[in-house]
Design a protein around this ligand. Sequence first.
Ligand SMILES: [Zn+2]
Ligand SMILES: [Zn+2]
Length: 405
Amino acid sequence: MCSIGEDDFGDDGAAHAMAVESLPLGIVLSPGNCSKCDVNSDELYKLNFRTAECRECFLAYARHKFRAALGAAKILPRNAEVLLVLDGSAESLVLLDMLHFAQTQNTFKRLHCNARVVYVEEQQVQGRDPVHLEALQNLSTQYAPFDFYVIELGALPSSMQRIKDYSPSLNANNELIHKLQKLRSLTARQDYLQQQRKNLICSVAQCLRCTHVFESNISVDLATQLLTAIALGRGGSAALDVALLDDRLSGDVKLLRPLKDLNEQEIQFYIHAQRLKPLFQKGSRYGREHGQTASLQNLTSAFVANLQQNYASTVSTVFRTGDKIAANSNPEQSSCVHCRSTLDTELSDTLLAIEYSRSVSEAGVSLYKSGQDLEDLAKKRLENKDGLCHACRAIQAELDSGNLL
Ligand SMILES: [Zn+2]
Ligand SMILES: [Zn+2]
């Protein structure tokens, strides 16, 4: 990622060579005419599928995608209270910069909403280096008047602090870490962590009286998210995992993904154009530890990354397929007490088959039980009123002891 400021260009030979090397592919530092506005520029941006353009034209194009996502569906009420989730990735910085820009426009073009920013510190849970506090404080100064808050993943929502008051807690008694340690598979740990993170963000939004949450997922994240959801048995709610609007959060908080139509190249160009400095590299977000095959999520992520590299257009096809799946959301139907997806009310043959094979494997080699007994047991489990959906029940089954919630 390019993090070299303007001042570094035209320095001595070595520094200049380094600057060129770290430029994202497609940005050319040689004078030429912008194909959009015809102005001569010494920094041209050439996105795949677009002609070379100047910095201003590129920025206008990228920002338009953000505004169009919010505007087309009239999804954000005027003067809404918005909570932006910052995770330190390039994507989240782009979202912050775009929202800030949209707020500083003149009355006519201005996006009318009030924004706050929350940084979710995942250091304890993910076992990685803590965020560089000074870098975070600099961001809060740069993006004034947005208020910045910090919350630690696994902590109570009420422990959230303003950035100026924040100091990392040395509290090793993180309830979430204990829970994660009890889960046998990495697949279950990652799925559980993602749901918990979402629930925490929702609670923070409620504490700050925000009605809308902005997350910075881009198209490749959503393609991964879609395939992961299906692999985890969350197919019934997968559409909401990739949609612009996800209304499964409690307390009527709505989750929006205004960057969903941006791709990685656009993010890289934007980072360069605005000289932003990501706090973390992407991929460290959901703990891609233990290698590509260690969990369903890691495997899916590696698969999509590979697609992206070799068949980039396939990724957008995958992601657009998600748009076409009708979301299974009926307010009349009850929802899962953990992930809040709509519960299947009818007995599904597929789920019954899964429960059946689970019962068989639990009965072991001795097989005291007859086929009918096992089927009855499977049915009983499906009808179990634990309030969990199929996928969350799979997490519960991975828990050594205790309860998921
Ligand atoms: Zn131009
Ligand atoms: Zn669930």
